[in-house]
Design a protein around this ligand. Structure first.
Ligand code: HH2
Length: 281
């Protein structure tokens, strides 16, 4: 990995699930998931997001014991093997988040933004962990059934502001919060494009914006690529655009190409070099 200007952070996806939409079943074995996480870190991921429950449209909920059985050996294994990445737990169960932070995870990525489990905000506050607050319309079983908004950006902005205020009231420091408009979570192709186009309006809320377009269905619709693995170029394009519009945290499966693309984009858009001042008499 080069040490170019890194004012962006890549979150590599470590799914320990049989049914995730793009890599379900590939890393169900803990050792395979740990090796995959370490590989993503070597490719440039500064955060590893470990998840044991798919949030794809129509996904069935996973019982707590099963989710713990999937994620805990992976979190423990990553840290035992000396991972220097920040470990994130992708869960909406406070019991899973609590065990994960005890084991050393320091970011809680709850796609319900603390609406799913009444104890979640207290667990995050108590641990002093970072958190990501993401917008989702409804729940994964229903969210893609004809989603409707009168004003997609305005409604999601209001939602994120309300969730941020809720988190702060629960004792979470504002500087620990990331915001995510939730690409693909109860959105049509046009909604997703509008969110990407107007990402700057979320950046204006004052917290780092996380964006998760990786291999998602809307990219397949736009490109005609049915297989999620074939959506890497489309993923890169959306992440470059999102960087340019002000997002700084990028949740992806394909870390190496996104890291290269963002390194070049960052060097171009936010050059780290300051031109030496020439004094003229
Ligand atoms: N997308 C997915 C899961 N978690 N978290 C955040 N904050 N933002 C996202 O856009 C996001 C997320 C869906 O991707 P994946 O984990 O690959 O699929 P699955 O939920 O089927 O496991």
């Amino acid at each position: 990995m080069s040490d170019g200007p890194a004012d962006f952070t890549i979150m590599g996806v470590v799914n320990v699930t049989p049914d995730s939409f793009s890599d379900g079943g590939r890393y169900l074995d803990a050792q395979a998931a740990i090796a995959h996480g370490l590989e993503l870190e070597a490719e440039g991921a500064a955060i590893l997001d470990v998840g044991g429950e798919s949030t794809r449209p129509g996904a069935d909920p996973v019982p707590e014991a099963e989710e713990l059985r999937r994620v805990m050996p992976v979190i423990e294994g990553l840290l035992e093997r000396g991972s220097g990445a920040q470990v994130s737990i992708d869960t909406s169960k406070s019991s899973v988040a609590a065990r994960a932070v005890q084991a050393g995870a320091t970011l809680v990525n709850d796609v319900t933004a603390f609406r799913g489990d009444p104890e979640m905000a207290a667990v995050v506050a108590g641990a002093g962990a970072d958190c990501c607050l993401m917008h989702m319309l409804g729940d994964p079983r229903t969210m893609q059934r004809d989603p409707h908004y009168d004003d997609v950006v305005g409604e999601i902005k209001a939602f994120l502001e309300e969730r941020m205020a809720f988190a702060v009231r629960a004792g979470i420091a504002e500087e620990r919060i990331l915001l995510d408009p939730g690409i693909g979570f109860g959105k049509t192709v046009e909604h997703n494009l509008e969110l990407l186009r107007r990402l700057g309006e979320f950046v204006a809320l004052g917290r780092p914006v996380l964006i998760g377009t990786s291999r998602k269905t809307f990219l397949g619709r736009l490109t005609g690529r049915d297989c999620p693995d074939d959506r890497v170029a489309a993923t890169v394009a959306t992440n470059v655009l999102a960087y340019e519009r002000g997002a700084r945290v990028f949740r992806v499966h394909d870390v190496a190409p996104v890291h290269d693309a963002l390194t070049v984009t960052a060097a171009t858009v936010s050059p780290p070099w300051t031109t030496p001042r020439t004094t003229t008499k």
